[in-house]
Design a protein around this ligand. Structure first.
Ligand code: XUL
Ligand code: CO
Length: 447
């Protein structure tokens, strides 16, 4: 396998393969902590972390924001004669980037890799063409598809929703897109398929039949599941929770809400969650909370690795840099048994005023190092066992005797009440939060 992939043209000239140089290196285009083949806790770092590049932010976004036009000029878009050719160049740029960076996976929406045509048939033809090129490039490089998805939110037809749209015709159009995107995912050996319901919610309850819309969403997901399984898709279906933005309220609000939805409609066997750090923040949760909740409910799947800005209330999709946060995230992920089909997908974008080609590399290098450092610290926390020992001890009154009988459902309320200690002054045992915070600080600072 070549060190890196160059298609018709080199899009990131002057940047070679990014290598591990260790924490003392001052080369901004090197890894300080991510050493892909280093074995941590019995598994190579790359297998623990399963890094993925998000096609849309990295090769599609151009710095446009509600107040200004594009700041980032992509050569793969500007030197093409038509939209399909632009997507062919973009694919070359993407695989050059994946391989120079050393990311093992990527993720895309249908409309990221192929342009929408004038008809459904033309859109499908474009997608099939691009998928055949992507397949060749995956084979040549060994880069894999972590998950695919359909963009059911950008086109004006979806302004009132996709699967939850009050007009049947729009729901059917969304089905055509999902069917084609599932076919593309299967063709590329994708390990997962994501549903992010950006428009599945409401702007106002005054014009919304909430019960009917949720029933429609479940019906749609059930059909997609059945289609995928019938076509031999063995990967995971994911729902990506987000509480709001673009809608005022989205039905996949957070992990707990999604879990209840899946169980209500009998979808819990095939669906897991793809948890995004910035979405957790918008829902008023810590990232760690969402990860641990998913693990507790048995639906932990994959992660969109990014961060928000605690001082504003929208999805800023920044690259993660905070090792304290990535340590707690990796602790939750390791405790959940690690990734199987999932991975860490950088659903993150460089800022509007980051306009050098190397900025995209440095952003990913920082994110990968932040999670690699988090993995190192989390692994030490687990190997050392002090934190787990404290938590185990905290619940030890349930390990034997009446506590155990309670857990096993062998006590009635009256029996439980009769076991209350005579002394009512009980339970004043310190939670030792500050000691534990200091303990974590110690691991983080000694990576
Ligand atoms: C939007 C978001 C999406 C999904 C895929 O907030 O996270 O990019 O990850 O549709
Ligand atoms: Co996301």
């Amino acid at each position: 396998m070549a060190e890196y992939f160059v298609g018709h043209k080199e899009y990131f000239p002057g940047i070679g393969k990014i290598r591990y140089e260790g924490p003392k290196s001052d080369n901004p285009l090197s890894f300080k902590f991510y050493d892909p083949d280093r074995v941590i806790g019995g598994k190579a770092m790359r297998e623990h972390l399963r890094f993925s590049v998000a096609y849309w932010h990295s090769f599609g976004a151009d710095g446009t924001d509600p107040f200004g036009s594009a700041t980032q000029v992509h050569p793969w878009a500007s030197d093409a004669r038509n939209p399909l050719e632009a997507h062919e160049h973009k694919l070359d740029a993407a695989f050059e980037f994946f391989t120079k960076l050393g990311a093992d996976f990527y993720c895309f929406h249908d409309r990221d890799i192929a342009p929408e045509g004038a008809t459904i048939a033309e859109s499908e033809k474009n997608l099939v063409h691009m998928v055949s090129l992507a397949r060749e490039r995956q084979k040549a490089t060994g880069v894999g598809l972590l998950w695919g998805t359909a963009n059911l939110f950008s086109h004006p037809r979806y302004m009132n929703g996709a699967a939850t749209n009050p007009e049947f015709g729009v729901v059917a159009h969304a089905a055509a897109q999902v069917k084609a995107a599932l076919d593309a995912t299967i063709e590329l050996g994708g390990q997962g398929y994501v549903f992010w319901g950006g428009r599945e919610g409401y702007m106002s309850l005054l014009n919304t039949n909430l019960k009917r819309e949720k029933d429609h969403l479940a019906r749609f997901l059930t059909m997609a599941r059945d289609y995928g399984r019938a076509r031999g898709f063995q990967g995971a279906f994911y729902i990506e929770p987000k509480p709001m933005e673009p809608m005022k309220h989205q039905y996949d609000f957070d992990v707990e809400t999604v879990a209840a939805f899946l169980r209500t409609y009998g979808l819990e066997k095939d669906f897991r969650v793809n948890i995004e750090a910035n979405h957790a923040e918008l829902a008023g949760h810590d990232f760690q909370h969402e990860l641990e909740t998913a693990a507790a409910l048995g639906i932990f799947g994959s992660v969109d690795a990014n961060r928000g800005d605690p001082r504003n209330g929208w999805d800023t999709d920044q690259f993660p840099t905070n090792v304290y946060d990535t340590t707690l995230a990796m602790l939750a992920i390791l405790r959940a048994g690690g990734f199987t089909t999932g991975g860490l997908n950088f659903d993150a974008k460089i800022r509007r005023n980051s306009v050098d080609p190397s900025d995209l590399f440095e952003a990913h290098i920082g994110g990968m190092d932040a999670f690699a450092a988090g993995l190192l610290a989390a692994n030490r926390i687990l190997e050392d066992g002090k934190l787990d020992a404290f938590v185990r001890q905290r619940y030890s009154s349930f390990d034997a005797g009446n506590g155990k009988r309670f857990e096993e459902g062998r006590l009635s309320l009256a029996e439980l009440a009769s076991l209350a200690p005579a002394d009512p002054d009980i339970g004043r045992t310190s939670g030792k939060q500050e000691r534990l915070e200091n303990l974590i600080m110690g691991y983080v600072s000694r990576i």
